[in-house]
Every structure is written in C-alpha cells, then in structure tokens.
Design a binder for this molecule. Sequence first.
Ligand SMILES: [Zn+2]
Length: 132
Amino acid sequence: MHCPDCGVSIVAFDVPAEFVDCVPGDTSMVGLCPDCLGLFPITAGTEVPDTPEFERISDSFPTEADRAVAMALLVGLLENLALYRSEISLLLERVERAGADPLLVLDRLATDPGIETDLDLRGRRRQLEQLL
Ligand SMILES: [Zn+2]
C-alpha cells in the first residue's frame, strides 16, 4: 500500500490491542509513511511483508519490534498530541522500557534529510519532554 500523499510504499505493522482505538480506521493494521510520517489504516486483504520494514523510515529508527511499533505509533499520533496525550505518554514509556530513547529518535528524525514531514518534530519533542 502506498501513501496517498507521497506515493511511496508505507511501512505496515500490527497495532497492539490496547492502542487500536487511537489509530485511524477500524483495522488493527496501520502503516507509517517513511517520507511524511503520516499514519494510515491498511485495508483488509492488502499484501504486506511478514516483517515490518521499520528500517525504511530512517537509519536511526529502532528496528527491534517492541521499540519500533511503539515508536511508530508515537510518531503517527504526534499530529494529534492534544487528543491522544495519555496514549502518547504511555507510548513514550513503552519505548523507554523497551530500551530506546524516544526523544533521541525524534531528534534524529528531525535531522534526517529523507524525511519530509509537515509535523514540527522539534516543537513536538519539546511538548513531549513535559509529558515525561
Ligand atoms: Zn507520505
């Protein structure tokens, strides 16, 4: 499946049950666009790789499943920080517990030339600092 905005192939992954309510659509699978970092529902029947290709998002994106899924959801929900405040703070905790530093990952995404997002990653990072 391709990003409706950029046309690049999005990185599909399964959403853990507890976060299904905060992702778009009513499927349990979503995809993050490696270019604009948009989060999109994956329609049933779409062919997706068995293993999510998180390394396509950025060289600095975690690839270990627990970290990567929580981090990808976190990035996808940043646009709606006000709405998903509690989910986002839970995701921050998850990423940390899985052994990665979510704010450091955001810093690196913000300087990755391969990412062209409308999200103000630096501004969001400052807001996240206050949630920790
Ligand atoms: Zn995109």
